[in-house]
Design a protein around this ligand. Structure first.
Ligand code: HEC
Ligand code: HEC
Length: 331
């Protein structure tokens, strides 16, 4: 009996190994290194440092008449709105969230929904798709393939704390706006040395250039504007390996026997069709993460099931080329 079970387990392990998809690439999840096979024992909490003196300095931005302290800029329940004229009036749940678990959407996705690589561009998504994703986060059918990605867990807790009516208000608000160009895709061999901060890659001040290797590294166009001021008019640069845009174009438009042309479902210009979301001009780190999550089976549901055969046979390198090309298109 014991023997048989062992044999079956070996067989299962063997099969899984033969057909197993590649591991999630750490860069798409905001990490420099792969997750350790055995989760590291968390280091003991350091003794609490003396609280820093509150920074009373008022920050300003060109083109905005507003002034905010750093605490106000990063307020989970009412972050800075630098350009109220850039968007319709935000519903309360978007602008302020709801204590204790629903942080304001505007904090991470910005009031204009353009978002950042470590979260998601949510502007202009189809209404039904938006609502379905909130339910998927709430029901636990949409999770990250890299369990270290803490802000996906925060996103799920936000969805869990919302009523259906609050979800609809947020969805109607963000769906009503149009996405604008936000990512500059640059083919290169080398990139500035980076560090990561809560899932976002940041060039190290005074750092050297380093080989890009088989990664996409997405950084703010202006570090201070994005990291400190959360300026919702400053986008990102995505460095991709040389030749990837053309490689991706071939896969996306013909499928090359490896996949299906994306335009069949995402629309001719990849700007979305009916309830299928746009993919053109969106963060390549985000696009990659989602494709890998769907391939790994941590993001599931009726829509993701349609994507599974599309990406099931693709390697990380092919998905990267696809992400580079798609991100380079006009949204
Ligand atoms: C702490 C930052 C944070 C806040 C605040 C936040 N989100 Fe998110 N959101 C995320 C992250 C991170 C993801 C992407 C998860 C991933 O890649 O695994 C995401 C993804 C999404 C998506 C999926 C987009 C897509 O194309 O499928 C939607 C929709 C969304 N958020 C809506 C909201 C709404 C509505 C609110 C406010 C009620 C909100 N988020 C607040 C971090 C946040
Ligand atoms: C058979 C139809 C179909 C085809 C072909 C298809 N997709 Fe999709 N795709 C979908 C659907 C439906 C969704 C929404 C998934 C959901 O509801 O969770 C989706 C979602 C996505 C997402 C996640 C978007 C987000 O906002 O999180 C990405 C990225 C994506 N597709 C990329 C591609 C690429 C790249 C191709 C071509 C290689 C492609 N898709 C081809 C149907 C398709």
């Amino acid at each position: 009996m014991r023997k048989t079970t062992g044999l079956i387990l070996n067989l299962i392990a063997g099969t899984a190994l033969a057909g197993a998809p590649e591991a999630p690439p750490p860069w798409a999840y905001g990490f420099k290194d792969a997750a350790p096979a055995v989760p590291a024992v968390p280091a003991p909490a350091p003794a609490p440092a003396a609280a820093p003196a509150p920074d009373a300095k008022l920050y300003t931005l060109p083109g905005s008449t507003a002034q905010f302290t750093r605490a106000q800029i990063g307020d989970r329940f009412g972050p800075a709105d630098w350009f109220p004229g850039d968007h319709p009036v935000m519903p309360q749940i978007v602008a302020k969230g709801k204590q204790p678990d629903v942080w304001a959407c505007a904090l991470c996705h910005y009031p204009n929904g353009q978002g950042r690589p470590e979260n998601a561009p949510i502007v202009g998504l189809p209404l039904n798709y938006f609502i379905a994703q909130m339910h998927a986060f709430r029901d636990g059918t949409r999770k990250s393939a890299d369990s270290r990605k803490a802000n996906t867990t925060v996103m799920a807790n936000i969805a869990k704390g919302m009523t259906d009516s609050e979800i609809r208000q947020a969805a109607e608000y963000y769906s009503s706006m149009k996405a604008r160009p936000w990512i500059k895709v640059v083919e290169t061999k080398t990139v500035p040395e980076t560090t990561t901060s809560v899932g976002l890659f940041l060039p190290i001040a005074g750092g050297k250039q380093e080989p890009l290797g088989p990664r996409i590294i997405e950084v703010p166009e202006d570090v201070e504007a994005v990291e400190i001021l959360r300026n919702p008019r400053v986008g990102f640069v995505a460095y991709v390996p040389q030749g990837y845009i053309n490689r991706g174009a071939v896969l996306v438009t013909t499928g090359r026997g490896k996949t299906q042309p994306c335009g069949t479902c995402h629309g001719k210009d990849l700007r979305g069709m009916d309830d299928v979301p746009a993919i053109a001009g969106r963060s390549p780190s985000y696009l990659m993460r989602q494709m890998v999550d769907m391939r790994s089976g941590t993001r599931t549901g009726p829509g993701a099931d349609l994507m599974k055969p599309v990406i099931g046979q693709m390697t990380n390198t092919e998905l990267m080329a696809v992400a580079a090309y798609v991100a380079s298109r006009t949204p």
